[in-house]
Each structure stands twice: as structure tokens, then as C-alpha cells.
Ligand binder design. Structure first.
Ligand code: GN1
Ligand code: MG
Length: 368
């Protein structure tokens, strides 16, 4: 079945005009679908869930449906008092009323409503954008933290549990493929040494969780800057998208991921490493926006680990890209040979930059 035929299986009026591929995601296949009737046009997002990453797409969809229904109710309730119109994609049912469509090859497809007149950016474009990025994350966390995490399935066991990525790395590094790639590249060996030097640090959040200092909550899982949409008309944040990793986790995974992606002006795919650094100015503004919303629910312990979460999630993503490179590029989609190694280099450079700014970053986190 072609994506065009699958698009017609969802409950949106009209005929399919075209499908435009959106290739910014690293995991799922995503399309923008345009449908027309004789009097109007409707657009939505069509995605094939990556089965190699999400072995149980049915549970991903159950989580997504539960959390979006919950959030839509809350957003409606607060609409009168809100300073803006908050939006969140809705799961569009199939013509049979299901939350997803299964094709003849067991591919799982879903349709999501499109947030119109809003833009996603890979990097921070100005001060207001940095503030709004933190504000949107804090607002979303505030809403979903009221949703009991034990009602959600764990769709990706070990997701953001850094010691598990380290263990996986340790298995992969001994394979023939990894040895070949390490032998061939000085850069890969340099990253390998970088990982070794930070082994101890990898368990900082999980140790705090085991000690009971940090608790599992409902989290987004992937709140990188590109998943936070800015309203084209007002310039304010309006929605957070990409909800397939909503599940139980630590809010620190989200904070760290949002900050590492927003405070690297060169972006995740940078090729010139000299342009990669941690932008403390964007960071201090983002933190202001974040705390405006999140200040009310963060505990003393939550605050204590905010700095570590930024360093850790940056390191973790570097490690994930690097391990995938060593494994032969089996998890993240790539467009050129060596892309995962390059992505790893970017995150590790950023991690180094974060480490060098630790004291000022801690002051920013305490001072607001
Ligand atoms: C992946 O596909 P995308 O871009 O939404 C990944 C995230 C990474 C991100 C880095 C399920 O997300 O964890 O932070 O790439 N998602 C999964 O860009 O592994
Ligand atoms: Mg994602």
C-alpha cells in the first residue's frame, strides 16, 4: 500500500491531493497530507511508526490517546484564564474509528491534526524564542505532571536511563563492525576516550532516583527545540509536538533535552565543530521562561539536579549517536556515511562546553 492510499484511510473529509515528506525526524517516517473537498482544504500529519524503535506501537498510541485527551480537557478548562491559545495535536481516527491503521506489511500508521500557522526551529532565533521555549516546556510539564505515570505503558524500557546506554555501548564496542569503525577513525577513538572519562557520571540521575530524591512522573521524552512550535502571528509558544515518547520518566530528562537542543546555536547536525558551544545567554532566558511555569511544582531535590540533567542528557545523546555509529547505523536514520559519528561529535563538544560553564550555569539556576 502506498502512503497516498493509507492517507485516505483516516477520517478527514476530501480527496488526497498530495503528500509531502517531512524528513526532520530521526526515527519515524513523516508526511504532510493535503486533502481537498470542492469547498475547502484540510491538512494533517501522517506517520509510520518505526517498529525497530517502538516494538509495541499499539501501546505508543494508547499512551498518546490517553495523554492528548487528558491535556485537551485541561487546556479547555484553563482557556479563559490563559494568556494565549494553547494547542496540542489530536489523534485522528481511521474510518473504522481506530487510533491507527495497520498495512499489509504490519506497518503501523497514525494521523495527527496539524498545528497550522506555527513554526518549528532547529535552533534559537532570538531572545523571545528562548524564553518561550522554556515557558512551553514548563507549561506542558505542569499539565502532565497531574497525570499518574503508572497509567501509561513503558513503551521504550530504558529510554534516557544513561547507564543502560553505556551497557549497550560496552556490548557493541566489542563487535567486528565497531572495531572496524574505530580502527578507521581517529575521531571515533577520541569519542571513545571521552565516553570512558565520564563513566562514573552516567548514573547521576538514576542514583538520585534510587535514593528516592527524584520521582517518576509523566514526561514528554523528546522536548527538543524543534518539537516546540511558535505561533506565526504572536511569536509566542503555542504547542509541543511529537508525543510518542510520553511515558513515565524523570522531568530532568525533559529539561536536559530541551536545554541541550536550544542552547547549541549550531544545531544537532552542525559540521563545523568550532560553531558548537553552550550559549549561556540563551540558557538564562530559557530558564526564566521555564521557571515561570515550573517554579510552582519543582521540589528542592528537582532543582538540585537540573545542572546535571543538562550535562547528562547531552552526553547521553552523544553516546547514543556514537554507539549507533559503531553498531553500523541501525537506530537513527542517516543520510550520509558517518552522520551518526558527526552527530556524536557535536553533542560531545557541547557536553565539554557545558562542563566548562558549570559554575555560571549553576548560578543561573539558583538565581532566578
Ligand atoms: C530522536 O525522531 P526524533 O527526532 O523525534 C530520538 C530522541 C533524540 C532525537 C535527537 C525515540 O527523535 O530521543 O533526542 O532523535 N527519539 C527516539 O534529535 O529515540
Ligand atoms: Mg521523537
Amino acid at each position: 500500500m502506498t502512503p497516498e492510499i493509507i492517507a485516505a484511510e483516516f477520517d478527514v473529509p476530501g480527496r488526497v491531493v498530495t503528500l509531502l515528506s517531512i524528513d526532520t525526524g530521526n526515527v519515524n517516517d513523516t508526511y504532510r497530507v493535503i486533502k481537498r473537498t470542492s469547498y475547502s482544504e484540510g491538512q494533517f500529519v501522517l506517520q509510520r511508526i518505526n517498529r525497530a524503535v517502538f516494538p509495541r506501537p499499539d501501546l505508543v498510541m494508547a499512551n498518546m490517546k490517553a495523554i492528548t485527551d487528558f491535556c485537551h480537557l485541561r487546556l479547555e478548562e484553563e482557556a479563559e484564564r490563559a494568556d494565549r491559545i494553547w494547542q496540542l495535536p489530536r489523534v485522528i481516527p481511521t474510518l473504522d474509528g481506530a487510533d491507527y491503521f495497520v498495512d499489509e506489511k504490519e506497518g503501523h500508521w497514525r494521523a495527527l491534526s496539524m498545528i497550522a500557522s506555527a513554526t518549528s526551529h532547529e535552533t534559537v532565533v532570538n531572545v523571545e524564542h528562548a524564553y518561550e521555549t522554556g515557558y512551553v516546556l514548563g507549561h506542558f510539564q505542569k499539565i502532565i505532571s497531574a497525570y499518574p505515570p503508572d497509567r501509561l505503558a513503558d513503551t521504550l524500557p530504558g529510554f534516557h536511563v544513561t547507564p543502560r546506554y553505556l551497557k549497550h555501548h560496552d556490548e557493541v564496542v566489542h563487535t567486528a563492525e565497531a572495531k572496524k569503525r574505530l580502527d578507521a577513525s581517529l575521531e571515533a577513538r577520541r569519542i571513545e576516550a571521552f565516553v570512558e572519562e565520564r563513566r562514573e557520571f552516567a548514573s547521576v540521575l538514576e542514583d538520585a532516583r534510587e535514593r528516592g530524591e527524584l520521582k517518576l512522573r509523566t514526561i514528554h521524552g523528546d522536548p527538543k527545540i524543534a518539537n516546540i512550535l511558535m505561533d506565526d502571528i504572536t511569536g509566542k509558544g503555542t504547542a509541543i509536538i511529537d508525543l510518542d515518547t510520553v511515558k513515565p520518566g524523570l522531568i530532568h530528562y525533559d529539561f536536559g533535552d530541551c536545554v541541550r537542543s536550544a542552547c547549541n546555536p549550531a544545531g544537532e547536525e552542525a559540521k563545523d565543530l568550532r560553531k558548537v558551544f553552550f550559549d549561556v545567554e540563551a540558557f538564562s532566558v530559557l530558564v526564566k521562561g521555564y521557571l515561570k511555569q515550573a517554579g510552582s511544582f519543582l521540589t528542592k531535590w528537582d532543582r538540585k539536579y537540573l545542572y546535571d540533567s543538562i550535562r547528562l542528557i547531552t552526553f547521553e545523546l552523544g553516546l547514543r549517536f556514537f554507539t549507533d555509529y559503531l553498531a553500523g547505523d541501525v537506530y537513527f536514520k542517516t543520510r550520509y556515511m558517518g552522520q551518526n559519528l558527526n552527530r556524536a561529535r557535536v553533542q560531545m563538544k557541547l557536553c565539554e562546553s557545558i562542563e566548562r560553564r558549570e559554575s555560571i550555569m549553576r548560578r543561573v539556576l539558583e538565581g532566578v
